[in-house]
Design a protein around this ligand. Structure first.
Ligand code: GAR
Length: 202
């Protein structure tokens, strides 16, 4: 069975990256191999997690010119067959998505189409959920297209909002109950599909 090489883009603490690393170690993620981590700024927690797991890691600062070109080059050099946005907080252009030409999946910490799109990222999502007063939120893994958080939904899971929740307590519950489960599951689904396609063309 062929395996799909997976590149993971990160911007923060990297707990979703850790969920992928743990899934690879446990065998839940078996159709793909974590081949490269791209961090969009230096000093973030995700870098240490990649190093600890001995996954090659490149820092490509998002604020510097040529970011997308440099990411494309790194993806090509690593022979990535798919990319995972695991807490990546930038928005990739349609041009980037077309040129990469392979599946990109993203984890978003709400039930899309609620609380998503430009400006909804990280704790801001949970703050908006609490401000609105909805009683259920959750997480979504979707394919990335040129519409921010607008690609085909792959997996979703609901999480209760509890009295007294703060953005921080809610973020933690959404991560534990939804994100860290859904992302490895979706990565395996997509990696398996790509590996099967490759095998059928051999
Ligand atoms: C996660 O909650 C992820 O869903 C969110 O950022 C956090 C990153 O945490 N992503 C977005 O808001 C994307 N729009 P992590 O670095 O610990 O995985």
């Amino acid at each position: 069975m062929l395996t799909t090489r997976i590149a993971v883009l990160v911007s923060g603490g990297g707990t979703n990256l850790q969920a992928l690393i743990d899934a690879q170690a446990s065998g839940e993620l078996k159709s793909g191999v974590l081949a490269l981590v791209i961090a969009d700024k230096p000093g973030i927690g995700a870098i240490a997690r990649a190093e600890q797991a001995e996954i090659p890691c490149e820092v490509i600062p998002r604020k510097e010119p040529g970011f997308e070109e440099n990411v494309l080059r790194a993806l090509e050099a690593s022979q990535a067959g798919m990319a995972v946005l695991a807490g990546f907080l930038g928005i990739l252009s349609g041009d980037f998505i077309r040129r990469f030409g392979k599946p990109i999946i993203n984890i978003h910490p709400s039930l899309i189409p609620a609380f998503c799109g430009k400006g909804f990222y990280g704790l801001r999502v949970h703050q908006a959920v609490l401000d609105y007063g909805v009683k259920i939120t959750g997480a979504t893994v979707h394919l990335v297209n040129e519409i921010t958080d607008g690609g085909k939904i792959l997996l979703q899971r609901a999480v209760d909002i509890l009295p007294g929740d703060t953005p921080e307590t809610l973020q933690r519950r959404v991560m534990e109950q939804a994100e860290w489960k859904l992302l490895p599951q979706a990565a395996e689904l997509v990696a398996a599909e790509i590996a099967e396609e490759k095998e059928s063309t051999l």
